[in-house]
Structures are given as C-alpha cells and as structure tokens.
Design a protein around this ligand. Structure first.
Ligand SMILES: NC(=O)C[C@H](N)C(=O)O
Length: 322
C-alpha cells in the first residue's frame, strides 16, 4: 500500500459560498474530509488539517511548519505528500518546500478557484488529480509539483496568472511539465533540481519593489530607514531602472543589504544588457544580483531562505543565481 500524507491548509478548496450574498469564506469543516474520493486501489490517505487559512494568511513561518511536518512524516515511512492550499500564495509555499526538503519523494500541491458548493467547483477534482499524481512512480524526483486543471507544473516556475479562471496556473516559457488524463499521468519534461538547503527559521524583512515609468528615488530612500534584510526589485524590461534610483540604491548596497533584481516581464530573464544610466550593466557593476528565471515572489522566498542560512557574500550570489 502507498501511504500518502494529506495536509489541508485551507484556501478556496476548503471554503463555501454564501448563496444569498455570493461571498466566499472558510468552512469550519473541510468539505474534502467527507467527500467521496475515488482512490487508486493501492493508496491509503493519512489526513491532517494542519491549518484552515486563506492563503494570504500563510507566512514563511507557517511554510516552515509544513516543511517540518513533512520531514517528520518521512521518518514514519510515508510515500508521498498532497497539500491543499489557497491559490493566492500557493506558488510561494510550493517553492519554499522545493528548496528546503531534500527528498525527492512526490510532494504535490493543489487548490481550487471555485469553493466547494459553487457551480463547477474544481476542488474535489483537483484533489483527486493531485492524489493520482502523488501515487504515480513518475512523480518521483521531479521536485515539488503543482497540480491544477489537468496539468502538472514545477514549483520552481509555476505562477498564478488569472484572478478567477480555473486554468490560472501557468508556467511561462516552457508550459506544464505533465498532464493528467482519464487513465494516465504523463510527464512531458524533466525538471532541473533546485539546490537543497535546510533551515530551522524563516525570518527576515525582505520587501518587493516594482519599478515603473517615472519612478523616482523616494521609495528606495524611504526603505533605507527600515531595517531590511534584503530587497527584491522587479525591474523594467531586460533589467533596468529609471536613473533617479541609482543614488539611493547605492546607499542600500553600501549598508550591505542584498538587492536581487528580476524583470517585471512575464517571460524572459533579467540580464545586464544595457549600458546607460540605470541600465542593467551599471546595476550589475554596483553589486545588484541578477536572478535568472524565477519571479519576484519566489526570489523573495529564496532570499529569505538565504537570510536564514547566514551565507557569506559570494555564497549568497552563487545561491541566488542558481
Ligand atoms: N482560490 C483561492 O484559493 C484564493 C483564496 N483567496 C486563497 O488563496 O486562499
């Protein structure tokens, strides 16, 4: 028998709609607990309601709690893990686990865009799909996975792209790494391993700042008065900033605050291409770290993990660029 640990954390998948107002809120009793679940024959579920929270209430400390619960379960010989989670921050928890669990047994996150009593509710279907993927031998050694709407995505790249559509989770550039059919689970691509790093705390003040046309230096100047542990900037295009930001940025760098830059573009990566005031070349020479191929919210998770590893400067650059 395959033993799958199911951790329910909350989110729309555990919510109900009030039919008279149309508003959606957490249900005291998880609707998945009593739902008829067609399980593969060789699968046994061990279910736990670790939280019942909307995912905007999920913090890095709570992600750490999920990680520790999974690692404890590994000692008891479970075969895989399914986590139900709100979709708003699902990609951040998925990536946190991808970086901090050094074990390649399947871990699959899923959620829902429509709550349990809404017409066309996708929760139960996604949950069953996640169990099927977690039970598949091909899901081993693929890193943490996100299963929604008949697709399998890698935690490292997947992102929520739509506020309400059930096909909200997408992987820019490469697409899903697998698909779920009526009778088969098919993996189409093999995922690069994320570097494993163990942490026992997840603290740090690391905001994300999005650049825009006409952005002046006041925001960065203001940030210099807060005790930052790091800063993630979503820069313009290939990795550039309006020139007024250079001087305050230098002040933050002089104060030894790690600054990691990604592009605000949905596709592609930030690189030091442009050599003009505020261009990527100047930013790189100043010591801004360019992060390839993950979005700002995931870079933030990675920088937070780095913050709790107490890395030296060179190690931090290496870690953030992997
Ligand atoms: N679809 C969802 O789960 C959205 C919800 N606000 C959450 O993340 O908890």
């Amino acid at each position: 028998m395959k033993q799958i640990l199911v951790l329910h954390t909350g989110g729309t998948i555990a919510m109900k709609e009030n039919p008279s107002t149309g508003s959606v809120s957490p249900d005291a009793k998880n609707p998945l607990t009593d739902a008829p679940i067609p399980l593969p024959e060789d699968v046994q579920l061990i279910t736990e309601n670790i939280f019942n929270l909307p995912s905007p209430h999920i913090t890095p400390e709570r992600m750490l709690k999920i990680k520790e619960r999974i690692q404890k379960a590994y000692q008891n010989g479970i075969d895989s893990v399914v986590i139900t989670h709100g979709t708003d921050t699902l990609e951040e928890t998925a990536y946190f686990l991808d970086l901090t669990i050094g074990n390649w047994l399947p871990i699959v996150l899923t959620g829902a865009m429509r709550s349990s009593n809404e017409l066309g509710s996708d929760g139960l279907y996604n949950f069953v799909s996640a169990i099927r993927v977690a039970a598949s031998p091909d899901a081993k050694d693929q890193g943490v996975l996100v299963v929604m709407n008949d697709e399998i995505h890698a935690a490292r790249y997947v992102t929520k792209t739509h506020t309400t559509n059930v096909a909200t989770f997408r992987t820019p550039s490469i697409g899903p790494i697998g698909m779920i059919n009526k009778n088969n689970i098919i993996f189409l691509q093999k995922v690069l391993h994320s570097q494993y790093t163990d942490i026992s705390s997840a603290s740090g003040f690391i905001p994300i700042l999005k650049a825009y046309a006409g952005m002046r230096g006041e925001l960065l100047e203001g940030l210099a008065h807060l005790s930052l542990d790091g800063l993630v900037i979503e820069a313009l295009g290939a990795g550039n900033l309006p020139p007024e930001n250079i001087a305050p940025l230098q002040k933050l760098l002089d104060a030894q605050i790690p600054i990691v830059l990604v592009s605000r573009c949905f596709n592609g990566i930030a690189e030091a291409v442009y050599d003009y005031r505020g261009g990527g070349s100047e930013l790189q020479k100043m010591g801004v770290i360019f992060s390839p191929n993950i979005n700002s919210q995931k870079v933030r998770i990675k920088l937070l993990i780095a913050n709790n590893l107490q890395l030296k400067k060179d190690e931090l650059v290496d870690f953030m660029q992997q």
